[in-house]
Design a binder for this molecule. Structure first.
Ligand SMILES: *Cc1c(COP(=O)(O)O)cnc(C)c1O
Length: 364
């Protein structure tokens, strides 16, 4: 089969290998069969290994849905009655967690900071000190809208010092930036198959400490389909997701993880770094500027300022898209930006080829 290769520079879904695409072509199978259950068990153990989480203490809870389902699940499931969630919010993805908290009437504090900088840790600490009813702290590892990398380890240390659990949206860093959940002071993190592991859309997972999942049994149930504890208990009892899993996506995820471990954590991160460096070079060569200071960037996403007030993003996008390259709008209300991302099965030569097309688009 000859599949056209598109270079996706949007923040996920990412470019996948042909072998991962082909892994979806499998004989029809009922997901309640033992064979599929075995696949799910292996997958959930492999998912823990990516963040060096010990299977004795941690569990991966799988869901059929996009990454936001994990935000929904954590926010709705991990706040005990009479307690509050503290959301450290410096961007669109943490704002999404606050929107989920509002939707389920989860008592919370939405501690907001400007979207073009890091959260102020002194403000986080004083909020924790003044509000002893905070049971969980939530933040986003990489705010994918700007490419800012947040200090999860430091926020997690503050959370723990005040007896709160640390929930991190690591959807756009998992399986890209190497980290250990324990060393990062994380109790709960999450991701989605179409991002770091370079799989297909439709499978997402929460990685949580088993002790917390046990404690959360007594917490209010605010959602049925996305409840983290119910999904965990269902998997423990039957080895299956409670409801129909994304069967073919699971096969692709298994293959994608095998490719992840074959490439290796350090080599993969080095590849993403080569890719982002090629993006930085291309931006500089064309005289464009970046929105966020390099020191607080993740190394995966660059927000680029529009080259001029009359820059027509859609025309440039369409020109590149027709030639196999996808660029993505920004997510900052205050600035006219677009984004170039180093996710997926791409490397520096893809970026060099992209910038040739991009330059043509600007000239055209
Ligand atoms: C991609 C992403 C999500 C999830 O988005 P979906 O469209 O639901 O997959 C959540 N948080 C972050 C930081 C992301 O990058």
């Amino acid at each position: 089969m000859n599949i056209q290769r598109n270079v996706l520079l949007n923040p996920g879904p990412a470019t996948t290998t042909d072998t991962v695409k082909m892994a979806q072509i499998v004989p029809d199978i009922c997901p309640r069969e033992r064979e599929f259950g075995q696949l799910m068990r292996e997958l959930s153990t492999d998912l823990l290994k990516v963040v060096h989480a010990d299977a004795a203490d941690w569990a991966a809870v799988l869901f059929c849905g996009s990454g936001t389902l994990c935000i929904d699940s954590c926010v709705s499931s991990l706040v005990p009655a009479g307690k509050r969630l503290l959301i450290i919010n410096n961007g669109a993805y943490s704002a999404r967690a606050a929107a989920v908290a509002r939707a389920y009437s989860v008592p919370h504090i939405n501690l907001t900071f400007p979207a073009d900088g890091l959260p102020d840790l002194d403000a986080v600490e004083s909020t924790l000190a003044e509000n002893t009813d905070i049971a969980a702290v939530y933040t986003t590892h990489q705010e994918t809208g700007t490419g800012i990398l947040n200090p999860v380890r430091e926020i997690g240390a503050l959370a723990h010092a005040h007896g709160a659990v640390m929930i991190a949206d690591t959807i756009s860093t998992y399986a890209m930036i190497p980290f250990s959940a324990d060393e990062m002071n994380i109790d709960v993190c999450m991701s989605s198959a179409q991002k770091g592991i370079q799989g297909m859309t439709g499978l997402s997972f929460v990685i949580a400490k088993k002790s917390l999942l046990t404690a959360a049994k007594d917490y209010p149930v605010r959602s049925y389909y996305t409840n983290l504890v119910m999904q965990y208990e269902g998997f423990e009892e039957t080895g299956e997701m409670r409801f129909t899993p994304p069967v073919q996506t699971v096969y692709a995820a298994k293959r994608a993880l095998a490719e992840y471990f074959a490439e290796g954590e350090a080599k993969k991160w080095a590849r993403h770094t080569r890719t982002i460096n090629a993006i930085h070079e291309g931006i500089a060569r064309l005289g464009l500027t970046e929105t966020i200071p390099r020191a607080i960037q993740s190394g995966l996403v660059v927000a680029v300022n529009y080259p001029s007030a009359d820059f027509d993003f859609t025309r440039v996008h369409d020109y590149c898209y027709e030639r196999g390259y996808t660029i993505y709008p920004g997510k900052m209300q205050t600035a006219s930006t677009f984004r170039l991302c180093a996710l997926g099965a791409i490397d520096a030569p893809d970026i060099a080829a992209f910038f040739r097309v991009f330059e043509e688009a600007l000239n055209a």
